[in-house]
Design a protein around this ligand. Structure first.
Ligand code: PMV
Length: 329
């Protein structure tokens, strides 16, 4: 039996704009993760089991919530493993019968990168099953290709953050910049409880851009500036600049129409309780907000978020001495 693990992620700036070529800042949320185990099937049938969905799903069965995992397995087996010389393309190109078990702490539809983490973890587990440990860049490439199928359109930011060991400045058409952390800070990620579909929100933004091209592109350009400045502020350890930039990003996201009253309420509560900055994170119209706090104020801000309706609050401590987590298999 082999195991693959991957983290949730949080976007600190640049969501949506990143789909249109602007940079974004994101990082892994190391306390929340997804585990996939793969074993040879005892009964000759490929099945999927996930704690998020009751029951056991048989490969090839009528549409089931994990059917996209079958496509990933097929692609990896047919196109990738043969490149590594581990399997020869057999007559029908089918993978051997496997039992795939998914355990995840990452809430679905909360803007925390649950599908990216699942695809990264599954890719790692499957390669490991065949005794291969490719570099993270390969894992990232394959998981991103699979995510394009799930989300319809995806910048690759979620997958890049999920395989990273610290904050990154990500752009679709240039190499990812790993950011140094100049001073410690805490992030609180508060879940509104409102589910949202990344695919739908991204499509909504696409429609709006079709109608109001230049205005929307101007918003994206400003979001891109925020991301670049935020990356520099993280490296300088300038916490107040970081907070201001997150606030600025939130007002741009509101202008884009992807915030909502529940998220606005959490953002305001965090700021009033002393957060240095707060914004929605992910696609928006539900999901989570992220607040940056000085460690000493963490408890007060957490209490304020719960009082304002957060159903869960995750904490992430980011420090200059954080070591890369290595490969999580
Ligand atoms: O998957 P989410 O909800 O965290 O959103 C991903 C970020 C977007 O910029 C909205 C989409 C993308 O492909 O980058």
């Amino acid at each position: 039996m082999t195991r693959g693990r991957a983290h949730a992620k949080v976007i600190l700036a640049g969501e949506h704009a990143v789909v249109y070529g602007q940079p974004a800042v994101a990082m892994p949320l190391c306390t929340v993760s997804c585990d996939v185990t793969i074993a040879d099937s005892p009964d000759g049938l490929t099945t999927f089991v996930a704690d998020a969905f009751p029951g056991r799903y048989l490969a090839g069965a009528e549409q089931h919530p994990l059917s996209f995992m079958e496509d990933l397995l097929d692609t990896l087996f047919r196109e990738e493993l043969s490149r590594w010389g581990v399997v020869s393309n057999d007559a029908d190109g089918r993978h051997p019968p496997l039992t795939v078990t998914i355990g995840s702490d990452i809430p679905i539809g909360a803007g925390m990168g649950s599908s990216a983490a699942l695809l990264v973890a599954a890719t790692r587990a499957l390669f490991a099953h065949f005794g291969i440990h490719p570099p993270d860049s390969e894992i990232q490439r394959l998981a991103h290709a699979a995510e394009m199928v799930v989300h319809g359109r995806s910048s690759g930011l979620d997958v890049a953050a999920s395989v990273s060991s610290g904050p990154i400045l990500f752009t679709t058409d240039s190499p990812t910049r790993q950011l140094r952390v100049g001073a410690p800070f805490d992030l609180l990620i508060a879940r509104s409880g409102l589910q949202s579909s990344t695919r739908d929100v991204v499509l909504g933004v696409l429609e709006r851009r079709k109608l109001e091209g230049p205005e929307i592109d101007a918003l994206f350009a400003q979001m891109g500036d925020v991301s670049r400045l935020l990356a520099d502020a993280i490296e300088r350890g300038d916490l107040s600049a970081m907070g201001r930039l997150m606030d600025r990003n939130q007002s741009l996201l509101s202008s884009l129409g992807v915030s909502c009253p529940q998220l606005d309420r959490l953002v305001v509560a965090a700021r009033e309780a002393g957060a240095l900055g707060a914004k929605l994170t992910g696609a928006g119209r539900g999901g989570c907000i992220v607040a940056m706090v000085e460690p000493v104020l963490g408890h007060a801000v957490r209490r304020a978020l719960v009082a304002a309706g957060a159903i869960e609050v995750y904490e992430c401590q980011v420090s200059p001495t954080s070591r890369p987590l290595g490969k999580l298999q």
